[in-house]
Design a protein around this ligand. Structure first.
Ligand SMILES: [Mn+2]
Length: 356
């Protein structure tokens, strides 16, 4: 297991590479070219420059999160092959720079959805939260505006203002894309990119839909064990793998996280490990990573990863905002650093006790 830390680039992140480097055990970052538009081919020089910046700070690029998949590919538009070609060239450049893990998602219109970005907890920390009742009340067009004030001036991944200005058009684009069609389009995309992934040993790692159910009537296809098994069996190549995000699968209390990790043995390339606290089954908030602060047994989650031989990259996921930090919601330094240490502590204990 390799512990890493997500970093959005010096132009977008309040956290610096030097700070990340001081978190014990963290040697690599998960990053991206944040300004690229989905569908666009990444520029080789920009990848090289990013790599150089990270390496000069004494770190390395452990993986990319994300190379986003554009809507033409997701809806299966007539011109999708052109965009798949761009994606393949991007993967080629990443492979040439010795980058071997790429996270992506196949969610229509909205990336992850939260209804509050700064819910205050008893201890004064703030966390992102989700209430189905709030989603049911809101018009999707207003979703972005309702969150904007709480962004602390940062651009949220998947919620870029240019994209959110076109929400109506996006809904129109997806209106005939049911779950079967979306799945077929995902398979078409994966089959097209597997040769380049084989050539450069790139592990594609799909991020689950968050929350793990349909929001605003849009199709969701990566939400549970059955769907994941269907995906890895349909494109049965080790490079077609999973980002196991506990805070996303865990949004549905019907999902057995530990059992799902066992079922996906060998195909989890990237792990996002975080905890949730449920107020009711459809009202939850993002807790600290510590088991007792939320509803997940983090020891059992880490043990399942260990027992299935997980040797990929891991990162703490969304953290609380604490100690007066002003950062992108979910992506401050302090609580994620605490998370990284806690998860490494669990891992060390599991590893040592299993070798006794
Ligand atoms: Mn995640």
């Amino acid at each position: 297991m390799e512990m890493t830390f997500r970093w959005f680039g010096s132009k977008f992140d309040s956290v610096t590479l030097n700070q990340i480097r001081q978190i014990p055990g963290v040697k690599g970052v998960i990053t991206t070219l944040y300004e690229t538009v989905p569908g666009e081919e990444w520029k080789k020089e920009e990848i090289k420059a990013l790599k150089k910046e990270v390496e000069e700070a004494g770190l390395k690029i452990s993986g990319i999160e994300s190379v986003n998949v554009c809507d033409a590919i997701k809806v299966g538009a007539p011109d999708r092959d052109k965009y798949i070609e761009n994606y393949i060239r991007t993967l080629t450049y990443l492979g040439e720079e010795d980058i071997h893990t790429v996270c992506y998602n196949f969610m229509p219109v909205f990336d992850w959805t939260r209804t509050e970005l700064a819910r205050e907890r008893k201890d004064g920390s703030t966390v992102m939260a989700y209430t189905q009742a709030a989603v049911d009340k809101i018009n999707p067009d207003d979703m972005f505006n309702s969150l904007k004030e709480d962004c602390n001036g940062f651009v949220l991944p998947g919620w870029e203002p240019e994209r959110m200005a076109q929400v109506k058009e996006l809904f129109e684009l997806y209106k005939d894309v049911d779950a079967d069609k979306l799945f077929d389009n995902l398979v078409y995309f994966l089959n097209a990119i597997m040769p380049v992934c084989d050539k450069y040993d790139i592990n594609m790692a799909i991020h689950p839909d968050d929350p793990a159910w349909s929001v605003f009537g849009l199709s969701r296809i990566i939400t549970n064990k059955e769907q994941l098994l269907k995906l890895i069996n349909t494109v049965d190549n080790v490079h077609n793998g999973i980002t196991f995000c506990t805070g996303s699968y865990g949004t549905s209390l019907n999902n057995d996280i530990v059992d799902t990790i066992h079922a996906l043995k060998g195909r989890i390339h990237f792990a996002h490990v975080r905890n949730l606290k449920f107020i009711t089954p459809d009202n939850f908030e993002e807790a600290a990573h510590l088991s007792s602060d939320g509803d997940f047994d983090m020891y059992e989650i880490m043990k399942a990863l260990y027992d299935t031989g997980f040797d990929g990259i891991m990162r703490p996921d969304h953290g609380r905002m604490i100690w007066g930090e002003k950062a992108m919601p979910g992506y401050g330094l302090y609580d994620r650093a605490l998370g990284a240490m806690y998860l490494q502590g669990l891992w060390e204990a599991i590893e040592k006790s299993s070798k006794r």
